[in-house]
Design a binder for this molecule. Sequence first.
Ligand SMILES: [Ca+2]
Ligand SMILES: [Ca+2]
Length: 227
Amino acid sequence: MSRGIRLSRLFVVTVILTLALTLPVLAGAHTWRVNEVFSNAAGNIQFIELRECCGGNFETGVNGQMLTSGTRSYTFSGFSIPPTTANKHLLIATPDCAALPGFPTPNYIIPAGSVPFFNTGGDFVKYAVYDTLTFASVPTNGVHSLNAGLVVACNTPTNYAGTTGSINLGCSTLGDVDGSGGVDGGDIAGFVRVKTGTPIGGDNVTCAEYCTGTLAGDITAFVNDLL
Ligand SMILES: [Ca+2]
Ligand SMILES: [Ca+2]
């Protein structure tokens, strides 16, 4: 083999190796799922949480994809997603929701002109062509949200950095189930009714929702407020 051919082969190999090592990992976007939707009754306070479902670490190509409902659409833009993405969350919120004290900083803000983004009386929220959460209703009591699988639970908005919060728009003083302005013995009967699934008019259901994740935990928290 002549020196010239060897040099040109070396050059070709070098170019191929350089390309292989410098090409970015192809960014994906198809493993994000609609994990949680929340709304108040008026619909001005809404958030949507996506979750990377499957351990993909380079699902960074969300910008340019669309979030849609029956009547609205939003094209993701403005937040650059750094890898790694596995099992992380993306938080999309309306301006009024983003402004709530203690609410985790959303990654994306729905423009005011697209609020409410979804209809709490029946709608869908769809991420690109990859996932759709279709529902007949979304809770509007200010503390419960609708999760993947149509599970109703306390809201848990989580942003890409992993900051999680929980909002309770329906109750100003947790434990004050009778709305007297304080937590005392007058709240016990209502608390028990709510927790046994038999609230009556005047019981503030959201004030019995401590969101500890268990009945025992909520009871302990309520008793602590009573003492
Ligand atoms: Ca959540
Ligand atoms: Ca009370």
